[in-house]
Design a protein around this ligand. Structure first.
Ligand code: PEP
Ligand code: MN
Length: 301
């Protein structure tokens, strides 16, 4: 080994960090402010230190029948938040005939199901022009990973004062994510929930997984922000058999909520059929999750 690699008196006192003190002071002062955050969605649902709310449902609001079927199942299981997208970005432009965005029709179904079951609704906002319709029904707006830095969209969503789930883009640093979140807080909307949903890395370009769930992002974000940090193992792994262990790991890593994609017949899901849990698996995972959460003095809701 070359002698030159050893430097005398090499200091390790100020190792650089991605997010600097200067950033915290001038660029992300609101999102890094230490405070007791409690994001109340309604009388039964709060995102805080003690709860792990589960947001579950299919990828898209494919049909009225599907969304009612899923909602009834979730309600029986005690789940309080239903997810499903009526507006939906896809990685590639081609869509199967089976899958067209149901848009306003899908929102009407979500509205019906919400009135019928009392479940809270999370749905994705892809464009400002859909925001008015979405806000009539949604309890929480989801900004998808592909739109993490669509700053006009973030601003318009923030102005509605609705709670917002901001998903981290799969190529974004935590610093960029927090910068995007700051765009929401600066509009006076404090109801921000951060979501880790997997990142690209060399091995995700092979067959093993689509993204890697960055579990470490959960404590890392919680170290600098008091906002809830939720985890979405479904979109990270893209592969249903791997979703349960990633759910358990996320709870153990102190996540403040979970997004779990599920479907009565996963192989019939119009999008990403390898990813959703079926009802049986979902029930098993829910039971195990409750036990794990209890170990950490938290409650699955
Ligand atoms: C989704 O939640 O259905 C979704 C598409 O997520 P992401 O934006 O993380 O890909
Ligand atoms: Mn999806």
């Amino acid at each position: 080994m070359s002698k030159n690699i050893f430097i005398k008196n090499l200091s390790n006192k100020n190792p650089t960090k991605d997010i600097t003190l200067d950033d915290i002071k001038y660029k992300i002062p609101l999102i890094t402010k230490k405070q007791n955050i409690n994001i109340k969605i309604n009388n039964k649902i709060s995102f805080n230190k003690n709860n792990v709310p589960i947001i579950a449902g299919p990828n898209g609001v494919e049909s009225r029948k599907l969304i009612f079927n899923v909602a009834n199942f979730l309600k029986k299981k005690g789940i309080k938040i239903l997810r499903g997208h009526a507006y939906k970005p896809l990685t590639f432009p081609y869509r199967s005939k089976k899958y067209l965005e149901t848009k306003n029709q899908g929102m009407d179904w979500l509205d019906e199901v919400k009135k019928y079951t009392g479940l809270a609704i999370v749905t994705e906002v892809t464009e400002i022009k859909y925001l008015d319709r979405i806000c009539q029904t949604a309890d929480i707006l989801q900004i998808g990973s592909r739109n993490m830095q669509n700053l006009e969209l973030l601003k318009e969503c923030a102005i509605t004062k609705k709670p917002i789930i901001l998903k981290r883009h799969f190529g974004a640093s935590l610093r960029d994510m927090l910068g995007a979140g700051e765009h929401i807080l600066v509009e006076g909307n404090k109801n921000l929930i951060l979501c880790e949903r997997g990142v690209s890395s060399p091995h995700t370009h092979r067959e093993t997984s689509r993204f890697i769930l960055d579990i470490q992002a959960i404590p890392a974000l919680q170290e600098i922000t008091s906002l809830p940090v939720i985890s979405d193992p479904s979109h990270a792994s893209f592969w249903a058999p791997w979703v349960p262990p990633l759910i358990y790991a996320s709870i153990a890593a102190n996540c403040n909520g979970l997004i779990i994609e599920m479907h009565p017949k996963p192989n019939e899901s119009a999008v990403d059929p390898l990813q959703p849990l079926n009802y049986k698996k979902f029930s098993e995972v829910l039971n195990n999750s409750k036990k794990i959460a209890k170990l950490f003095k938290k409650k699955i809701i």
